[in-house]
Design a protein. Structure first.
Length: 466
């Protein structure tokens, strides 16, 4: 078999993303309602802003808006995390960033598996925020041992998924038939199971320790707990959710509303209370329920440089020193105002964000630039001033720990926040993962520098041709 007969990993990822979306729509009908709402808002936004549509089209980014999804899973053991890394690699998804959520009262640390190249992201930017349970944060030693024993017994991957992952690693890819089987087998890992692995009593004790611990330990696999579409106007989606019979969380997580969106804004609807069967000590099945899966929506803005991210973190901290969002949403208006006021120092034009070095941009030649001469030593600013080069914000593809924790807590219940000893340990996580996580800032800087190099090469080519 030749390498050229293999299905590109980007195509396998697209196949898997579509299959996941179809499965989740069946399992959680409200997700379909959410997709309809987001599609309508996006269409209205593009219709009202022809310039936005034009820039998205010119940068090959328009099609990805409707295709874009991110999901989230929670794993129980290092072995599960290591195998998940190998499975996602077949789809061209790699671990980017390290997140310690124990600092926000959630007993996990995480990474995001996603494509990393510009072309792959434009093809399909599917990403899975993947968390590993911190069993060491369970204070009850006996419960910790029971939870560990339960997790060690389960196998979340089908034999077919494991075999095809190994085959892809050995061959360097999969042919069309194997790729189709791989998607079918891999999908089983993320399916919802309504029969728990634990007794009603153990579930209650896990739940008392933390609802997320119960969610990870009690089931056969890491059911996808949300699948998130991308909107171009999250405030409009938030306002319209009640009209579609969906109750949104009280506040949108992340930065405030801006003309030039930065990083990531997220909202969601409340988690579903779903029926579950628990096997009692006598072998009988007892009816119960579990709350975990919810619907999330996101709006993505520009990726910030380390300088921009430091300013963002400083302003977010300042806003929360004035007022923190109440779990019941009682101070939502007060919080939104404090957030907007705190972020006044952050520039709200692309020109100012670029001039101050706060965000990453992709550069391209204008129509004039495609026909013009330019000396190799001409500065980038001069090329822009002369109308030869233009710039567009690079989309932030990653996540925000505080926002992720806020989404978790709002959907796990008002009493879900608990005190854990924060112990950031990226080295330990990477050891469990079996690989280093990629640095997001290096990734964005690489895309920016490559776009500048392309512009200079094309300008030189124009000059040489004449």
């Amino acid at each position: 078999m030749t390498k050229t007969s293999f299905v590109p990993s980007d195509d396998i990822r697209s196949m898997f993303s579509a299959a996941m979306s179809a499965m989740y729509r069946t399992e959680v009908p409200a997700y379909g309602t959410l997709m309809d709402l987001v599609a309508k808002v996006n269409a209205e936004t593009l219709s009202a802003d022809p310039k936005l549509r034009e820039r998205l089209e010119d940068t090959d980014s328009l099609d990805r808006i409707t295709e874009e999804r991110h999901g989230a899973i929670r794993l129980g053991t290092p072995a599960e995390l290591a195998m998940m890394r190998r499975l996602f690699a077949v789809m061209g998804m790699y671990p980017v960033g390290y997140y310690d959520l124990s600092t926000a009262g959630v007993p996990v640390h995480s990474t995001a598996f996603r494509p990393v190249g510009d072309a792959s992201l434009k093809k399909n930017p599917f990403r899975i925020f993947t968390s590993l349970l911190r069993l060491d944060l369970i204070a009850d030693e006996a419960l910790r041992a029971e939870a560990e024993a339960t997790l060690e017994k389960r196998q979340i991957f089908t034999p077919g998924a494991i075999a095809l992952t190994e085959k892809a690693e050995q061959q360097g890819g999969l042919d069309r038939a194997d790729a189709s089987r791989f998607v079918t087998e891999a999908l089983e890992t993320f399916r919802w199971h309504d029969k728990a692995l634990v007794s009603p009593d153990m579930y209650a004790r896990l739940h008392a320790a933390h609802r997320l611990i119960a969610d990870v330990v009690s089931f056969k696999g890491p059911h996808i707990n949300h699948l998130t579409p991308r909107t171009l106007d999250i405030d409009l989606v938030q306002a319209r959710m009640p009209d579609y019979g969906i109750a949104p969380k009280a506040v949108v997580e992340g930065p405030p509303t801006r003309k030039c969106p930065i990083l990531l804004r997220q909202t969601s609807f409340k988690a579903l209370n779903e029926p579950v069967l628990f096997e009692d000590k006598d072998g009988s099945w007892k009816e119960g329920s579990h709350t975990a899966r919810f619907g999330e929506i996101e709006q993505r803005g520009i990726a910030l440089t380390p300088k921009g991210r430091a300013l963002y973190d400083e302003l977010l901290t300042a806003s929360r020193q004035v007022v923190r969002p109440a779990a019941d949403g009682s101070n939502a208006a007060e919080y939104d105002k404090a957030l907007a006021d705190a972020f006044a120092p952050f520039p709200d034009s692309w020109e100012a964000i670029r001039a101050e070095g706060l965000g990453y941009f992709a550069y391209s030649l204008t129509e004039k630039g495609r026909k013009a001469k330019a000396e190799p030593e001409t500065s980038l600013d001069a090329l822009i001033a002369d109308g030869l080069v233009q710039f567009d914000p690079i989309v932030y593809e990653d996540f925000l720990p505080v926002s992720a924790a806020g989404i978790f807590q709002s959907n796990l219940g008002d009493d879900a926040t608990q005190d854990f000893v924060a112990s950031p340990n990226q080295q330990r996580f990477e050891l469990d993962l079996g690989a280093k996580v990629l640095n997001e800032f290096d990734h964005y800087a690489g895309i920016e520098q490559a776009s500048i190099a392309d512009c200079r090469q094309m300008l030189t080519a124009v000059q040489a041709a004449e």
